[in-house]
Structures are given as structure tokens and as C-alpha cells.
Design a binder for this molecule. Sequence first.
Ligand code: NGQ
Ligand code: ZN
Length: 435
Amino acid sequence: MSIQRAEHAFLPNGWVQGHDQAVSAGSDAQVRWRLAGLPNLHSHAFQRAMAGLAERQNHPDDSFWTWRELMYRFAGRITPDTLQAVATQLYVEMLEAGFTSVCEFHYLHHQPDGRPYDDPAQMSRALIAAARDAGIRLTLLPVLYMSGGFDGRALSERQRRFGHTLDAYLSLLQRLRAEQDDTLAVGVALHSLRAVPAAAMRELLAAVGPDAIPIHIHIAEQIGEVQDCLALRGARPVEWLLANADVDERWTLVHATHLDAGEVQGITRSGATVAICPTTEANLGDGLFPLRDYLKAGGHWGIGSDSHVSVSPVEELRWLEYGQRLSTRHRNIAVSAQQPSTGELLYSQALHGGLRACGQGERAANDVIVLDAQAPALVGATPRDLLDRMVFAGNRCLVHEAHVAGKQLVSQGRHHQRDAVAQRYARALGELLAS
Ligand code: NGQ
Ligand code: ZN
């Protein structure tokens, strides 16, 4: 005997009712939930290997800046092989969690003493290979990093692995851009206003010209950098950027955490996307992004898992909303007159902002995940409540399948290479922890 199975799909244009399919009775769920996969707008893959290892006090006044010292020490030990093993593990975890593409903000370019590898793109290639092995769609963002602070000071010893002259950076970019394909896009990134002097920023942007290429930057994560920017450049970071660069829809401002009302309006008018990384921003004690004002202004945004203390779009979206609930003492903040479902508004806007920022156009919009329709959390679900249930009810991952560029990578919640990749990761982590 066969029954009809209804498919409901949540795609960039909202819910669509798919064709009913005949399936044998009793063998399967009676609905199929297919969702466009979410882009992960911000990743430092190597930091996955130190997740959970910076949660012990190491300074009486621990902060973002003391965490950064630990992170630098860890970064100093990463080799091309360990980077590839860690990134492959991370990308497998992303696919199993429902991220189908990732923007990799990559600044770990050189050998620990700052000398380029024989192939200056070797670390970039390790990331590209990791994404290919996992099957995730990659937007690789080689990062320009030139100075150690707003005052233009030289890079510290631990930052030498990150640094480029502008010419060396542009030649790396050109090489990598030549390797783009159906699932690999290459954009540009400025580490931060701290790390790129104003003149170099202008030269880089002139070299990029009007090309449709993603441009990402860390912008205003810590109050300390807002104060330094005010003191040395006479304006707040976002304010300064908007006044000194033609910020448009190609741009993604990562951690636009500290914004005043004018900056909220300015970003919205520019068409840029903001990348919010709620679990990392909480972990590092950054502050709360002004989501309510930003949504009211109509700004574009997406999410990133950044330092990977969590690898889950559900957790990023949930904490984005919960931060607002805790600070405003209200409920259901991310809603609008047309969209009263918090889960659906969050998912839909993170999807649209994500697709804008990853620069892979229509291709990425066809990557999908399929949920476990038989999970207890989805009993009796309807399109009206599906995304609210997924974002707010429970911790069990509901992702059953992930498909990128027409290829199925995850079945029954497991990536096809899960075990082999985990074994390589365990060996790499063993080496890193011993070194
Ligand atoms: C990074 N991470 O580049 O890995 C940064 C810390 C910095 C975050 N901002 C380093 N979450 O901003 O200088
Ligand atoms: Zn970052």
C-alpha cells in the first residue's frame, strides 16, 4: 500500500508546497521538510581546534584581548596539514548542522616566523582542499593584515604570520581568483581598520575596482577599538568607513556590534550586510548588536560561527533573539507586521543576507537541507510553526540531509565521510596539543 507524502519547502521566496510523492505506508514520514541551507558568513577555521580551551581564567581581568593572546599562541602552531584536517572536520560539522556554505576569513598565511611558504598560497589551498573534501560551498576571503594597531605600529612577533605588503597580497588574490569554480568564490577581506592603514585600504579598493566581489571587514567588535578609532581617526569605525570608502552591497561588516543611531542608518542605506556571530560575541564578551533598531531600519544581516565555540545555525539565531529578550525584557523581538513568526523571520533574513554576502549568486540558493520529519520536536508541525520549533525548541539537531551543488553530503544526519575525517582531526589535534 502506498500513501502520499507532502513536501513543504522553505526557499528564498518563502514556503512552497512541493509535489506530493507516493511512498510506502509505514516506511517513512508523511511530510518532507526541505529548507534552503544557511550560509555561514564568518569563520576562522583553525580556531575550531581551540574551542573550549580558553575557558579557564588566565588573567585576573580576562577579556577579548587576553583571549586573543591565547589564540595567537595557538595560531602559531598550525601547519598546512593540521589546518586542512581541522578545517575538514569543521566543514563536516557545519554541513551536519545545516550550514551549506561558509565564508572563510583567512589570515594565517605564512610560516610562524612570517616567511611565506614556498607556495605563498599553501594555507589557502589547505582550506580549499578541506572544503572540497567536505563538499561545502566556500567563499575564501584572503585577509589583508598590515599593522598592529590604529597608530600604524608594526606587527607583533605573533602577528607576523598574518602580514602582507599590498603587492604581495594582490598577487595572492590574483592567483586564488584564477581558481574559482562552481563551489569556490574568492573575495577580499581587510582584517580591520586597526590592521589596514587608510592609504592601503584606498589602494586595495582601487585595485578591486567595480568588480562584483565580496569585501569583508571586522569593524566594531570591542569598545576599545571604537575609542582608538575615535582618538586616531576622529570618527567611530563604521562612521569612518562609510565616510572613507564607497560601501555598497558587496560589503559585509563583521561584528558591527557597537553602532550609534547614525551608523545603523548609514549601513542600511549603503546596502551592506552585517555578519553577526552571537555565540562568539557572547563568548568573547563583545556586547550586544542593536538588532531591534537595525531590523526597524531594514538592514541586511546574516550569521557566522566565527571562533566555532558553537557550530549551529540554530544556536546563532536563538542567541541573537535571546540577547534582545534579556536586554529589553520583552519577547518576540525579531518580528514584523508581515512576519509574526520569530523563527521564520530570523531564518529568512539570515538566508537572504547570507546569500548576498557570500557572493555566489543563484547557485548557493539551490543548496538545501532536509529535516528529520520523524523527530519528536516536529510532531504535528505545519509550515506556520516549523521554523519556530526548529530555532526555539530543544537542542537535538534536526538536520537529516544536506545537499550542495546537487550533491548529497549528509544522510540520516551523518556526513558521508564523518568517521575518516574525525580520525584525521584527532591525529591533528593530538599533534597540536603536544606541540
Ligand atoms: C580574529 N576574532 O581575527 O580571529 C579575531 C580576533 C582581532 C574575533 N574578532 C583578533 N572574533 O580582532 O584582532
Ligand atoms: Zn573574525
